[in-house]
Design a protein around this ligand. Structure first.
Ligand code: XIL
Length: 450
């Protein structure tokens, strides 16, 4: 046999052996072990797209991709039911914002198809509609802001009307302003604020009839008997509540009446003159003047100061048991970007709802710089603040509608927050920056409503 013959025979033999090995198994499919692909977390997630990608599978020549809105893949997005792909990634487009999608794959070699990969869940990002506003987004409760009578014009006015459905006077409806001396009242600023609310269809929350920090000197140094003091307080409450009857929906009647830590009654002039039941007395004066106005107890540190929180609810339960009028509880919510925890806000809020009272988060501001480590608001801190605002709004939005009153922010712009004076260092606790621009925190509010 010459060489070429030998080569011919050996090729023939090879072909025969190959053909025999392929047909062993009696004509069934070739037995290729095709592993399942591993689907990676989605990348480049936007409000309308994301990039799906997966691992290469040995001997796979293509992949089948399913994308669905349903984790069980009962149906798939158009074009994404077993979409055959050779590449190891695919850009999925034309999606809806803030929506959850799922994807999974199988590998293919000829007619052999692997089992499914893991399923990847991906949520497209949220892009608010530019026509959206806080009050439009929060359609089940009032969104409030504290205001000043001299700043109800220009951009303040524009933003108040666009974004907010409730206002609270930051300081002009307190006793030191409205009742500066015995026998005299100054309702000028309060009237302007209430009129602004009326003219623009914005709710007005009254704040606050009795507060130790806004007690005028003449009241602190009251010259007269205890009964005369009580009569004077009754007269003051009756005068103010009657004046704004039908215009002011709700009043913080006594603000910050309990002490931190102990939860004891704060030893104010009101307590000294009118006795331990002075809060109940004031509530009754309000109710006598206006049968419909909502009566709130308002205080701070009620989330994390458990003793104070317990004391407030003990007082509230006592009022309910004795038939003393009370309609709601206000948590001031002067908080920080990393504190308190959402679960603690939730637990404290639940205690208001359990008593079927109205909830007011009445003075929200979220410190971004509680440890004074920043001189300007960093992107990271801004996002941390946004996340906290979102949590607060999520808790509020989760309250049964019948128990929601309002979520009020304590000021419009960072540059005018009371905290600059109060803590004496720079911070950015509000939803708008000093130039009236919406901050991340603003979008956190909107996202909390999604
Ligand atoms: C603050 C105002 O923001 C300041 O402008 C004013 O000088 C003092 O009061 N708890 C309250 C609010 O209930 O009334 C306080 O408002 C902030 C703390």
């Amino acid at each position: 046999m010459n060489n070429s013959r030998l080569r011919y025979l050996s090729i023939l033999l090879g072909v025969l052996i190959f053909a025999t090995s392929c047909s062993s198994g009696g004509g069934s499919e070739p037995e290729i072990e095709l592993g399942a692909p591993i689907a990676n977390q989605a990348a480049n997630v936007t409000s309308s797209s994301f990039k799906a990608s997966w691992s290469r599978v040995y001997r796979a020549d293509s992949y089948l991709l399913d994308v669905s809105e349903d984790s069980g893949f009962a149906s798939s997005l158009t074009g994404y039911n077993e979409k055959s792909l050779i590449a190891l990634n695919e850009e999925i487009t034309n999606l809806e914002s803030k929506k959850v999608y799922y994807y999974r794959l199988r590998a293919v070699n000829g007619t052999v198809v692997s089992s499914y990969s893991n399923t990847v869940e991906v949520t497209t990002t949220f892009v608010p509609d530019p026509n959206l506003s806080l009050k439009k987004a929060a359609d089940t409760f009032l969104v409030g802001v504290s205001v000043q009578s001299g700043k109800l014009n220009g951009q303040y006015d524009e933003i108040y009307r666009r974004e907010f459905s409730s206002i609270t006077a930051e300081w002009e409806m307190k006793m030191n302003v409205m009742h500066p001396s015995a026998g005299t009242y100054d309702f000028g600023p309060a009237d302007a604020i209430v009129k602004y609310g009326e003219d623009n269809g914005i709710n007005v929350h009254g704040h606050s009839l009795i507060w130790h920090n806004s007690t005028p000197d003449w009241v602190k140094n009251f010259a007269g008997t205890d009964q005369e003091f009580e009569d004077m307080i009754e007269d003051y409450i009756t005068t103010v509540v009657t004046r704004y009857k039908g215009k002011v929906t709700s009043w913080d009647v006594v603000n910050e009446g309990l002490e931190d830590g102990s939860g004891n009654l704060r030893n104010t002039i009101y307590r000294q003159k009118m006795g331990d039941d002075y809060i109940a007395k004031c509530y009754q004066f309000v109710r006598a003047a206006d049968a419909d106005v909502l009566i709130f107890y308002n205080d701070y540190n009620m989330i994390t100061d458990q003793t104070k929180q317990d004391a407030v609810f003990t007082m509230v339960d006592d009022f309910i048991a004795r038939g003393i009028p009370i309609d709601g509880v206000g948590f001031q919510m002067h908080i920080s970007h990393d504190y308190p925890a959402k679960a603690d806000i939730q637990k404290a809020t639940d205690r208001i709802v359990e008593r079927d009272l109205l909830v007011h988060f009445s003075e929200l501001d979220v410190r971004a710089n509680p440890n004074k480590d920043l001189t300007s608001l960093s992107p990271e801190r801004s996002l941390s603040q946004k996340a906290k605002v979102k949590e607060v709004v999520q808790v509020f939005n989760g309250i049964p509608n019948g128990n929601k009153y309002a979520l009020t922010v304590w000021g419009l712009k960072d540059s005018e927050t009371w905290l600059l004076d109060f803590y004496g260092h720079v911070d950015w606790p509000l939803l708008f920056d000093g130039n009236y621009n919406k901050k991340d925190a603003y979008y956190g509010f909107l996202e909390g409503l999604q």
